[in-house]
Ligand binder design. Structure first.
Ligand SMILES: *Cc1c(COP(=O)(O)O)cnc(C)c1O
Length: 396
């Protein structure tokens, strides 16, 4: 069997849940099953179900979050700005600009790949309304510090927690505290609905605006649909989108949430522990730092490959049938988001070093051992140094 970088783990149970919606419920759109999924998520996160808003993607949740935060915030003299680490999926940036805000790319910390608050501080202007913090590689690094910093600066916080479903920061589950927290349930995330996502917010006004905006801003339509009805006469006062989650998606998500607790969580953590044990002393590899008081259920397994040997290692692994990934091309280098007009030295250094190794519950621990063995073998070979000096670097 060919090894996969990531994959959905779905089976009979999900298939049965979907066929129940198809054959018995007779309503495929947003209805009772979506309501039950929101209740299940709320129970898992230990929050009020009224604060959980499911969506048809994580990007949609982030867009709604930016839109609602913008709507609630005081008017700024110019276009509202949202600080965001450049090292993230392009979805974070697109969601900010879709809400009519300017994404302001910030540098990250070398040890974690997460937002550098000192750099972010220097980029605050009179138009800054929020910071979007990303739990890069599922690491909720210093999240309490981020909240304290944001409150001191008077900024809202939007968490792009797409990598961090099921994680905890200092004992508290991600999504159980804070301001606005967004998850993704796309095909390869810690749980999947096929595609999907959700937004959790503890601010009633933000929840009301985002909850309506997911259904074309038809006021209070969620409650009607959850009761099996529709709103025929409700007013529409602002822009909205068709971002709601269907009963079909919710049926998959409900099974996945159960399997996450029984099965996926432990499997992901075990694979990551094996990687950590095998690679922590590996010369030429640096692992990201995590806080021992955080609980991390890894979505992706990223390492830094030092001494300019990333491309060589990537090719050596590919030759052995081991796929790798690159999370991510920094967003400030994209044409649409500044074309490298700002320079973010740490982000750019990481861009030349990071390599994503296979990580999913379908991977065996034997696979992980093999991957680490190939890494050791390749990096122990001094030919690699020669290879690297004769290859054009990414930045030349
Ligand atoms: C997956 C992901 C998203 C977007 O989620 P979708 O459900 O794919 O739209 C946003 N940010 C990050 C960091 C992600 O990994």
């Amino acid at each position: 069997m060919t090894m996969r970088l990531s994959r959905s783990i779905v089976g009979q149970e999900e298939a049965k849940a979907v066929s129940r919606v198809l054959l018995e419920d007779g309503y495929l759109g947003m209805g009772a099953e979506t309501k039950r999924f929101e209740e299940d998520l709320a129970a898992f996160l230990e929050v009020d179900p009224a604060h959980v808003i499911t969506t048809n993607s994580g990007t949609a949740a982030l867009h709604l979050a930016c839109d609602a935060v913008r709507a609630v915030s005081q008017k700024t003299p110019g276009q509202p700005e949202i600080l965001v680490p450049s090292l993230t999926f392009v979805a974070s940036f697109q969601a900010i600009s879709a809400a009519g805000c300017l994404p302001v790319p910030c540098d990250v910390l070398l040890e974690t790949g997460t937002l550098d608050l000192a750099d972010a501080s220097a980029r605050i202007t009179q138009n800054t309304i929020a910071v979007m913090v990303v739990d890069y590689a599922s690491n909720p690094w210093q999240l309490d510090t981020v909240y304290a910093w944001a409150s001191e600066k008077g900024l809202r916080v939007i968490e792009d927690a797409a990598h961090a479903f099921g994680c905890r920061h200092h004992g508290k589950r991600i999504g159980s505290f804070g301001d606005v927290v967004c998850f993704s349930f796309d095909g390869i995330k810690n749980i999947t609905c096929g595609e999907g996502g959700c937004l959790v917010t503890f601010d009633d006004e933000t929840a009301r605006i985002a909850g309506d905006a997911r259904l074309l801003s038809v006021e209070g339509d969620t409650a009607k649909r959850f009761a099996g009805g529709r709103s025929w006469e409700a007013d529409v006062k602002r822009q909205g989108w068709r971002y709601h989650m269907s009963n079909i998606m919710a049926a998959i998500g409900r099974v996945q949430l159960k399997r996450f607790q029984k099965e996926f969580l432990a499997k992901r953590m075990l694979r990551s522990t094996v990687y950590g044990q095998r690679l922590c002393k590996q010369e030429g590899i640096a692992l990201f730092t995590t806080d021992p008081e955080d609980f991390i259920v890894p979505h992706i397994q990223v390492v830094r490959v030092l001494n300019g040997r990333r491309e060589e290692l990537k090719e050596a692994l590919a030759a052995r049938g081991i796929p790798t990934g690159l999370h991510y091309k920094p967003n400030h280098l994209h044409s649409f988001f500044g074309h490298g007009r700002v320079s973010l030295p740490v982000t750019e250094q990481l861009y030349s070093e990071i390599l994503t190794l296979p990580m999913h519950p379908g991977l065996s621990c034997q696979d992980v051992e093999e991957i680490c063995h190939e890494i050791s073998k390749t990096l122990a070979d001094p030919r690699g140094t020669l290879w690297a000096t004769h290859r054009p670097s990414l930045w030349s």
